[in-house]
Each structure stands twice: as C-alpha cells, then as structure tokens.
Design a protein around this ligand. Sequence first.
Ligand code: C5P
Length: 234
Amino acid sequence: MTLDPRERLIVALDVASVAEAQTLVKRLGASVGFYKIGYQLGFAGGLEFAQALVDAGNQVFIDMKLHDIGHTVARGVESIARLGATFLTVHAYPQTMHAAVEARAGSKLRILAVTVLTSYDDADLAAAGYDFTVPELVAERAAQARDIGVDGLVCAAEEAVRLRALIRPSMVLVTPGIRPAGAATGDQKRVMTPAAAIRAGADYLVVGRPIVAAADPKAAAEAIVADIAATHQN
Ligand code: C5P
C-alpha cells in the first residue's frame, strides 16, 4: 500500500475531556492528521469533537468496538459514517461484521475487526466458554472477517506477518503497542518500534502514551514519522 509515512500514524486521544484533546491536537499541528477516539473521550463529548476534527481536514478512527444485534449495529454504523469517520472497530462476530460492512456501503468509513482482545489469554477464553486457543480463534475470526468483506483488522505487530498471509491484500492491518526505542512500555506486554511494526506488515500504527504523555508531543510524533519514513527508504 502506498501511504505517506505521516498518514500511517494514528494518535490515540486517550484523554478525559474535549478541552485536553483540543490542546493536544493544537500542539501536534500538522505533524499528525489521524486521530483515534475511544471510550474515554467518546463518552465525554468526543463524538462531536470527532466531527470537528473531520471538518478541520483530519481523519478519525472511532474505536468503539461495536457488538450488538445486527439491526442495532447497522444503525450505529450509519451514524458513525455520517460523522465522516475513516475507521470504526467492531468485535469479530460474523453477524456484527456482516451488519457493519453492509451499513458502511456508500460511505468512506472502513470497518476494522478486533479478533481477540489482547488482554485475553487461553484461560480467559476457556472461562468465557470457548474451546479455542488465542492463536486459533484469532486465525478463525481473521478468515471470517476476510470472507465477509471487512476492510481490516486491529492486531499486535507480532501477529501481522501471520495475518497478512491470511487476509485479502486490500485489507489493512492497524497496530497498537508501538513504542519508540527506549520508551516506557506501560501496560503493553508486547511492543515493537514503529519501523519494526511497519516492516512486519502493519499499515497504520496507533500510538497513545509515547505521544500524549510526552513533554513535547510534536517532537515525539515527528520522531515516529521519521522512523516510519526510514522503512520506506530501505
Ligand atoms: O498508550 P498506548 O500507545 O499503549 O495506546 C494504545 C492505544 O491502542 C490505546 O488507545 C489502546 O486502547 C489501544 N489498543 C491497544 N491494544 C489493542 C487494541 C487497542 O492498545 N489490542
């Protein structure tokens, strides 16, 4: 996929208020053009703010991980498409994925499936009633997402190589758990540098704390874009 290095960086607006998000977006300026809004900001005025970001020429990823009966998912997807969002996450259940893919038709919204939450291990799946290991369920759901026509997957960078081989070439891989070399990992157990994640097959990188909590967020974002750009030159 031919994407400008800057277009590959998605900054997670994991902040508590629209005021904080506005301050951060202003500080980042033209260094970032793609933002992710999740539960924390989304339920605190973030969806109206998403509209403002789109109106100002940014791309927006709504990370609300939808899962409900098909009718309800479809109506929610239509509302998010009207915001002008670029990406929306849904849990990778076949009914949910079918409903979301149909409902986004005719808009620029692309649906990303979350296969298995990265906080789950095999014991968590067993406790939830599944007779699959995590890698088995990830592969099963990735194949279903591919066959249903989902636009991409959210995955850890270390899963990217395996998933890339399984999905349609047009599907995108969006990868959190990114840490610049030497940065604190926080609660992320499996991390990769921006360049390593792109080399592993990620199309987009989701970065939160290394930028949001940096003393100079703009410099942190520029350093990540430079690291991504280095992979383009090799
Ligand atoms: O601060 P950090 O860079 O770890 O933020 C990563 C972002 O990606 C957070 O918004 C987090 O919720 C999200 N995410 C993740 N792991 C997943 C899916 C989403 O870290 N499997």
